[in-house]
Design a protein around this ligand. Structure first.
Ligand code: NAD
Length: 487
């Protein structure tokens, strides 16, 4: 299986099962099993960091902080650029590792590696363009000078669904800003993080600037780091529930927080949409990573005039997808991350079916080994079914019919989330008007994919705080310092 791509060596899980990575030292540990979700078999074990290990990582990040902050931004930029090139060079191997531990199809994994590496290239460029400000006060009393300084030691916590990209989206801007970091990847997918740390070392990241640790007990371990007054930033990507708990934890020491949380993206299709384009977009918005994405279309609202043709087209496309192990190059829909995830999807679908929905394809978990759920389309779903309010995080597309623009906006906004939304219409004026009415941090207009390192990624409402990527992403890792200058 591993022979299908790359230089077997670097894609070998055993090579990256050495963690922890603290102060440029690899510390052995064989505590947490990493499982291949397509078989349920153990791929490797990684170390389990305790509170003492986490505080040693803070020590290392602290010891490196002054030197890294003082490193000229051009030099920081060049290290990030080298890291970008190394990721690109090892793209096939990294994709294989992601596919092995996360389960996503190799095509998705390759896409993720490209996306992830671009954050290093983008922030290599932004590192040398940190903004400042100089202007007179309106009263003319003095001059205002604003400088931006690195915020300090940053704790970065990432989920399992994009093991590479969620890490680089934080490490890139943090290092560009001059911060040292401790990355805590999800324990389901730690191998990619350790592999990237190896490449960072090769790129010239100095000891202590990037530290990586895995743990079975993220609650106490992260709390201990947040309680350390040297830690000044928490950048978290994960579920809204854990995000809320971490905000409360960070409040104790008033640590600055960036939060990229859950989503419940509506996908709106108006009668005047280009049907084929809407179906192409729907497949991308729904099926990237088999639906395990925070931006995944979670609710399809389709106007009455185009509804039946859309359901028909979507059913055909979903039913034709090849389900299998992500590492098989033919696979288009890999397994879910755990059996628990399959059970959650099953519950949401069963609830919708009991409430009167109909599955036009799929509708129940696949038997056999691995954590598979087949691509599923549900029609006639009641707008108040559980599935309309929870992240499905799987290959299930519930379709709801609407009549008017106002109704579509009201239904789309009926959620605590506000991360991403999609609108398909040939009338750009309408699309922009509807977009304005939607409570969402990001909108795809006639596009099923919006993620781009050069754009500000993030949500409103309970989908998060702050933005990653783009020109503002670096400021999440900086503090503005204002000098009142008497000239
Ligand atoms: P999760 O919240 O369970 O875990 C995320 C990370 O937090 C993991 O590293 C986990 O080990 C850690 N964690 C768990 N409990 C913790 C605690 N008490 N204290 C500190 N850390 C803790 O989320 P997940 O299941 O890994 O990821 C899926 C979720 O992430 C979905 O809700 C998805 O929408 C969201 N997500 C959001 C974005 C975004 O950019 N907004 C991107 C990807 C995923």
């Amino acid at each position: 299986m591993l022979q299908t791509l790359g230089t077997r060596g670097f894609a070998d899980p055993a090579l990256h099962a050495e963690g922890l990575y603290i102060n440029c030292q690899w510390e052995k540990g064989q505590d947490i099993p990493v499982v291949d979700p397509s078989t349920g078999e153990v791929l490797a074990h990684v170390a389990d960091a305790g509170i003492d290990d986490a505080l040693r990582a803070v020590d290392a990040a602290h010891a490196a902080a002054a030197g890294w902050r003082a490193t000229p931004s051009r030099q920081r930029s060049e290290i990030l650029r080298r890291w970008f090139h190394l990721m690109t060079e090892h793209a096939d191997d990294l994709a294989m590792l992601i596919s092995l531990e996360n389960g996503k199809a190799l095509s998705d994994a390759r896409g993720e590696v490209g996306y992830a590496a671009e954050f290093f290239r983008w922030y290599a460029e932004e590192a040398t363009r940190i903004p400042g400000e100089y202007r007179p006060t309106p009263s003319g009393s003095h001059k205002i000078l604003v400088d931006h300084e690195p915020i300090g030691i940053s704790v970065l916590i990432t989920p399992w669904n994009f093991p590479a990209a969620m890490a680089t989206r934080k490490i890139g801007p943090a290092l560009a800003a001059g911060c040292t970091v401790i990355l805590k990847p999800a324990s389901e997918t730690p191998l990619t993080a350790y592999a990237m740390a190896r490449l960072g070392e090769e790129a010239g990241v100095p000891a202590g600037v990037v530290n990586v640790l895995t743990t079975r007990n993220p609650g106490p371990v992260v709390s201990a780091m947040l309680a350390d007054p040297r830690v000044r930033k928490l950048s978290f990507t994960g579920s809204t529930g854990v995000g809320r708990a971490l905000l409360a934890e960070a409040a104790k020491t008033v640590v600055s927080c960036s939060m990229e949380l859950g989503g419940n993206a509506p996908f709106l299709v108006f009668d005047d949409a280009d049907l084929d384009a809407a179906l192409d977009g729907a497949m991308i918005a729904k099926m990237r990573n088999a639906g395990e994405a925070c931006t995944a279309a979670n609710r399809f609202y389709v106007q009455a005039g185009i509804h039946d043709a859309f359901v028909d087209g979507l059913t055909k496309r979903m039913a034709s997808l090849k389900v299998g192990a992500g590492t098989d190059v033919a696979t288009q829909c890999g397994p879910m991350i755990t059996q628990k995830a399959v059970q959650k999807i099953d519950q949401l679908v069963s609830n919708a079916l009991q409430r009167g929905a109909r599955a036009t394809t799929g509708g129940k978990p696949r038997e056999g080994s691995g954590y598979f759920y087949p691509p599923t389309v549900l029609e006639n779903v009641p707008t108040d079914a559980d599935i309309a309010f929870e992240e499905i995080f799987g290959p299930v597309a519930p379709v709801y019919k609407f009549e008017t623009e106002e109704e579509a906006i009201r239904l789309a906004n009926d959620t605590e989330y506000g991360l991403a939304a999609y609108i398909y219409s040939r009338d750009l004026k309408r699309a922009m008007r509807v977009g304005k009415g939607l409570e969402s941090g990001m909108l795809g207009i006639n596009r099923g994919l919006m993620s781009d390192p050069a754009a500000p990624f993030g949500g409103v409402k309970q989908s998060g705080l702050g933005r990653e990527g783009g020109v503002t992403g670096i400021l999440e890792f900086m503090e503005a310092k204002y000098y009142a200058v008497d000239i």
